[in-house]
Ligand binder design. Structure first.
Ligand code: ADP
Ligand code: RBF
Ligand code: MG
Length: 379
């Protein structure tokens, strides 16, 4: 029986990666070095000193670890106010704290940094009965020390604790501590490296606390999860040409690179909502966002299937999407038939859910209407 939850911060609750990328990219440019995302991936879950050592070695900078840390630490702290909560983080913290589940935060970063980062997120600090920083133990993750200390401060046994972690060192630390651990990898397509976790999920939206004898979420409605509505729109572009041909399910692709900022804030997965086509009207829509594991694409795509029979293509036409709910993570399937069957099931779920008042209300949203005006423009 699990009764306590220990959360990692960077990459698990907070979208820190974007900030780390931006800061290091700018910094390295001064040394005429090109930032490389492969190096970025190596930094996940490391202590600040370990991360600085990796950057020094990989880029051969003429600096000592101390000098590098002194130079970049202030650049990072300037950005903390810009770090966004990951999808589902606020929901999870609110849920556990309102159900009286004791929670701790355990991070490799120094305690003062943790406190500064979470100060920008309403209600977080008060929700944790313990916060353990990397500077409060002798060895950081993958050593179990941080997690053992968190359990001790919550006056509980390690075996009562569920750890939620995005990094490999963190998942190892949790297992070394004798705890149960759900991995939420922050780097895409790495799930197979986390096989020693008790479960691997795609995002916090996919956590089902009842699997761990913790109180279930009660915000799912008929197999859908309402989200903060998200608007994206643009001309319909050519995709891989396999929607209709291979699956019998046409998807009117939008240019994913136009929405890279929005997409990096949202997890990949199957979503639904309303689709407006300027000359044709507003239709129900179900979509996949991500790498389509079955086809193992190298780039993220946005693939909306309009739940309506059209007699012709509409490439180049302006398509506006108001995404209102989440259905499931993208998955791989043992056969094309099983993928097709699952997409049809998603279609039925969306079709039905969109008649519920909480989703139906958005059908008349002005951002879907036929004038070319964008939702936030003042013209
Ligand atoms: P592509 O790979 O180029 O996106 P698809 O086989 O997925 O090709 O077909 C998508 C195209 O089919 C859309 O761009 C659109 O013009 C057309 N289309 C026709 N009916 C639909 C529908 N119900 N939903 C989405 N697109 C449709
Ligand atoms: N592709 C996957 O590989 N895995 C999925 O779980 C998946 N789910 C989808 C759900 C919906 C509602 C739609 C419309 C598509 C989905 N696809 C999925 C994407 C499908 O592979 C894609 O439309 C084709 O690759 C066409 O480019
Ligand atoms: Mg398509």
């Amino acid at each position: 029986m699990l009764s306590h939850v220990i959360l990692d911060l960077d990459g698990t609750l907070l979208n820190t990666d974007g900030i780390v990328n931006d800061v290091l990219k700018g910094f390295l440019l001064k040394y005429n070095k090109q930032w490389n995302t492969k190096v970025a991936h190596k930094l996940v879950g490391k202590t600040p000193r370990e991360a600085a050592t990796i950057v020094l070695e990989d880029y051969g900078l003429p600096l000592s670890v101390e000098e590098l840390m002194d130079m970049i630490t202030p650049l990072f702290s300037d950005q903390w106010c810009n770090i966004k909560a990951l999808p589902g983080a606020n929901r999870l913290i609110k849920h556990l704290s309102s159900n009286g589940v004791p929670m701790a935060l355990a991070s490799n970063s120094p305690k003062l940094n943790i406190e500064a980062k979470i100060s920008y997120h309403h209600g977080w600090k008060e929700s944790f009965s313990a916060i353990v920083g990397g500077d409060e133990v002798i060895k950081g993750k993958p050593s179990p020390e941080i997690f053992l200390e968190a359990a001790k401060r919550m006056n509980t046994e390690p075996s009562n604790c569920l750890v939620i972690e995005d990094s490999l060192p963190g998942v190892m630390a949790a297992k070394n501590a004798g705890m149960s651990v759900v991995a939420v990898p922050s780097i895409p397509k790495q799930a197979d490296r986390y096989s020693f976790a008790d479960e691997v999920i795609n995002s916090l939206l996919d956590l089902h606390p009842e699997k761990w004898s913790l109180p279930p979420f009660n915000d799912w409605i008929e197999n859908t999860l309402p989200i903060e509505p998200l608007y994206i729109g643009g001309p319909v572009i050519k995709g891989f040409g396999r929607g209709s041909k291979v699956l019998g399910i046409p998807t009117a692709n939008l240019a994913a690179h136009d929405f890279s900022a929005i997409l990096s804030e949202h997890t990949s997965g199957v979503y639904f909502g309303w689709a407006g086509l300027s000359t044709r009207g507003v239709f129900k829509m179900v979509m996949s966002v991500g790498w389509n594991p079955y086809f193992d694409n190298t780039e993220k795509t946005i693939e909306p299937w309009l739940l309506h029979k059209f007699d012709e293509d509409f490439y180049g036409e302006e398509l506006r999407l108001l995404v209102v709910g989440y259905i499931r993570p993208e998955a791989n399937f043992p056969s094309l038939e099983s993928l097709i069957a699952r997409i049809h099931e998603d279609g039925k779920i969306a079709e039905k859910a969109l008649d519920l008042p909480i989703y139906a209300a958005y059908k008349n949203s002005p951002c879907l209407a036929s004038s070319l005006q964008q939702p936030n423009s003042n013209s």
